[in-house]
Write a protein that binds this ligand. Sequence first.
Ligand code: HEM
Ligand code: HEM
Ligand SMILES: [Fe+2]
Length: 440
Amino acid sequence: MVYKSQRIANWYFTIALLLFVLQVIMGLWLISNYVFTIPQSIVDVFPFATARAMHTNLLVLWMLLGFMGGTYYIVPEETGSEIWSPGLAWFQLVALVATGVVALVGFAFGWIQGRPLLEIPRPLDIVVVIGALVFLFNVGMTMFLARRWTAIQGTLLGGLVFLALLYLFGIPFYSNEVIDWYYWWWVIHLWVEGAWELVTGAIMAFVLMRLTGVDRQVVEKWLYIEVGLFLFTGIAGTGHHYYWIGAPTYWLWVGGIFSALEPLPILLMVIDTMNHVRHRKTQIVNPHTWTIAVGCAVLHLIGAGIWGFAHTLPQINYYTHGSQVTVSHGHLAFFGAYALLNLMVFYYAMPRLKGIEIYKPTRAKLGFWTMCSAMMLMGLTFGIAGVLQSYLERVLGMGYMTAQSYMWLWMAVTLVLGVFFLAGVVITVFDLLFPKAAEL
Ligand code: HEM
Ligand code: HEM
Ligand SMILES: [Fe+2]
């Protein structure tokens, strides 16, 4: 670590990790609701929808804190300067975490807006917007004053500005449900298949360059191609959410064709990740961080690319829409693309921020492989439940609850796998919070 202000990143990472554990505990509660009959007295005070809102909002919050911390770690090294205002970085962290705590407590008491993943009520939205503006201003000023522009910085800032702008479309409420969902997808889809992909591209490029010593020009050339393709396919690909909400029928074509192309940039990311290691110039000092990078590229391709492609054509989505097939894809994609991206950055930065250049990878490996295997299997079990559900409900016309009884076994297996997943997460989080130096 060269820059003092990078230290703030450690706080972002630490809080993100604790929220990750909490998110997964909520996931276990959710799956228990599918497996056991929860007494009505509990359901009355803590309904499934409340727990689900906590699970998904915690997910968004920890990942955004991870991206912000990652940015505060990377920007000083890219610009060759300290962060413009560490004070603002602190202010923003406290504001966002306070919003998160108020939101979670508020959800428990029914203070909720109701649109999935963006459930936090309007007044809290305003705090989030202020936090985001402070963040962008701080990062922008650091880059502007340093005047050492790189493609990585540009893409990172571009992705973060795009991310913040999109959030604004989720704030107004339209009494016409079609229009309301239309803009809701601008946030959800254009985040994960647009803005977040740009942030991912930039962060991946930075870490790959640092790990392998491959020339900046090579890494940045790939970055340009990927970013261009992500935007080209991802923006029109939004149409894969407009098939059945009452939008014009041309979306069946636009959404189908463009979203079917979305796996391309993700595939490129896997190829260039592998290419970099083949042409590496230095020995990789922490090979486990490299393993996470490869794991991220591959699971990103499986979860988002392949699992996304599987139900993106309207002919298939007609049957699978909103079933456990969607849940299977949601888990594999978020975990593969964004949980592992964050964990890669944490493993790159956190030991170093604690003065450890080479960390002992034993616990890290155990945590990583447990999480990845459990999540891959959960993707399969959710997927099997989803295919059953699509067939029973949409082909045979069975009622929702009757179909559930046939899916029970697969939800029960998911619960068992979820316990293993939690174990992997706890090992990983513990290792990151208390890393050990390698014995040389
Ligand atoms: C890392 C990137 C991605 C993430 C994190 C992600 C995550 C999600 C999530 C959470 C949902 C459920 C939304 C909801 O209904 O509440 C969803 C839906 C969907 N995703 Fe993705 N996704 C990604 C990339 C992709 C890609 C590349 C494709 C296509 C190739 C795709 C195709 C779809 C489709 C078609 C749906 C709608 C499913 C339905 O009709 O129920 N996704 N995605
Ligand atoms: C022990 C681990 C976990 C379990 C058992 C679990 C379980 C669940 C359950 C039961 C749901 C509700 C599905 C429904 O509405 O029918 C859900 C939703 C969701 N979970 Fe998890 N979860 C876990 C971990 C995770 C992780 C690690 C991530 C992301 C990295 C994640 C992302 C999501 C998302 C995006 C949704 C919303 C899906 C959608 O809109 O279709 N979960 N989870
Ligand atoms: Fe999408």
